[in-house]
Design a protein around this ligand. Sequence first.
Ligand code: 13P
Length: 251
Amino acid sequence: MSNPIIIGNWKMNGLINETKHIVSTLLTYTKKHQNFAKTILCPPFTQLQLVKEMIKNSPLGLGAQDCHYANKGAHTGDISPAILQDIGVNYVILGHSERRKDHHESNQLVLKKTVAAQNNGLLPIVCIGETQQERNANNQESIVEVQLKGSLPEQFDGLVAYEPIWAIGTGLTANNEQITEMIQFIRKKLVAQYGENGKKISILYGGSVKPDNVKDIYAIPELSGVLVGGVSIIPKDFIKLIDIAQEFIRS
Ligand code: 13P
């Protein structure tokens, strides 16, 4: 790939001290380097404001890990896209497999959230991917096709993240052949759905991305970047992902 995008999904991690440590370590790196991969941090909701302040005047971007589909109202415990937009968030991860599982999020709900995010000027990062069982049964394409059809709106202005569930947090990374096959399949479906625009949608890979496998992943031409969980809260390793991306940057 060229010009990789690196998105750190902190998940439910990041106490105030940890947040300050992660972000300040990254800022030290960004100050020393002029031209590096686009890097976006997605801390938990409560740390968005702190991270926003810290990354001010830096090239780092900010994303959230979810949002509601309504802009405001009686939804105890939820955060709306309007609230995210108000504090200066630019991206939002939607339909992550952990939310699909833990909160029973359906494609239909992810679709509503995606539309709401776009309407508030946020770039949705819509996650799709199959379970181990589904892959064992060779059903990965049909699963991903249903997720794409069900979760993406008629007009889509965002990114797609292919995250095979069996590779998330397990240390098992999909191999390059598996990733390439699925990225090509997703691209075909996006082009069928959006025509020329479907060619421009960025497709990311996520699932046990680490410093020792990321170079091979960056080398996949059809990919636009990586969505990183565990390593995103280990600043020295996350910086390695950014560093290794250097050689894939084209001006
Ligand atoms: P890991 O990198 O920890 O496998 O998590 C991937 C992920 O779920 C990113 O959204």
